[in-house]
Design a protein around this ligand. Sequence first.
Ligand code: FES
Length: 299
Amino acid sequence: MSKSKPATQLKAETKTNTHKIIAKQDLASNIKQIQVLAPEIAQKAKAGQFVILRVHEDSERIPLTLVTWDNDGTITLIFQEVGYSTIELGKLTVGDEILNIAGPLGKPSEIKNYGKVAVVCGGVGTAAAYPIAKALKEAGSTVISIIGARNQQLLLLEEEMAKVSDEFFISTDDGSKGHKGFVSDVLKTLIDKNYGFATVYAIGPPIMMKVASDVTRPYKIKTIVSLNPIMVDGMGMCGACRVAVANQTKFACVDGPEFDAHQVDFKELMQRLKGYVPEEKSIIQHLNPLGGKCTCHQH
Ligand code: FES
C-alpha cells in the first residue's frame, strides 16, 4: 500500500506540473496563439484531440484543440477571446504559467488514405482542422482545403494549410479575399465539378458545419464534424457536452469530438451553446463597460 506524501513534496510536484507559456502571438482581432510547455501531452497527442486548461484556481475550464505538438515538449493552442475565461487566458504573457492542462482528451481522428478529402473550415475551426489536414496528407490522402472567415483579417493559418493541401481555396463573407460568400458555396462548386470527394471534414462554427453537411447529404458523401459544445470535466462525467447523434445521447469529450455530420442534431447543439450567452455578455460588459464587439459567430 502506498504511503501518503508529505505536504511539501506534493507542493513541489504540483509546481513541476505547471505549464509555462514560451511564445505568444496575436493572429487576428481577439484571436491568439500560445506555445506552452506540456511534455506529457506533446508526447501522446494525436490529430483531432484537445485539452482542457485552467488559468488559475478560480478559473473555468477551457477546452481547446491541440494545433501542434513537438518533440521539444511544447504544444500550440489557438483561442478566440469570447468569454471571461478566454479573456483571462489572453492576458497571460510569455513566462506566465497556466495552472493545469488536462489532455490529450477525446478520440483521435481516424487518419488514413481516404483518396480525395475536402477539409472545410471556418474561423477558429481552422486551428482544429490544420493538424487533421496535415495528418491526412501524411497518410497519403489528396487534401483539398477550403478555409473561410468573415473577412481577410480573420483568416487563420493560411500558409500552414496551403502547405499541407494539394489544392487550397479561400472564402470570406465580405469578399476581401478569395470567394465572396461561404466555404459551403465553394464545397458545393467543387462537388458539382466532380471532384469526387470520398470524405469531407467540416470544422468551424456550428451553423457552418450544419450547412456543409446539408451540402454533402444529397451526394451521400461521408462527412465528419468536430463538435465544440460546452465542456466542464472533459471525462464523460458531468454531461455538459452532451449532443444528440443518431437520436442517441453522446458526450463530445469522450465519444467525440468527431461525429458523422449527417447524424448530428445541430439545432439542439446550437440551442445549448446559446444557453450561456447572456451570462457571458454580462460578465464581459462588467469587465469592459465601454463595450467591445464580440467577433465570434455565436453572439
Ligand atoms: S465535458 Fe463533462 S461529460 Fe463531457
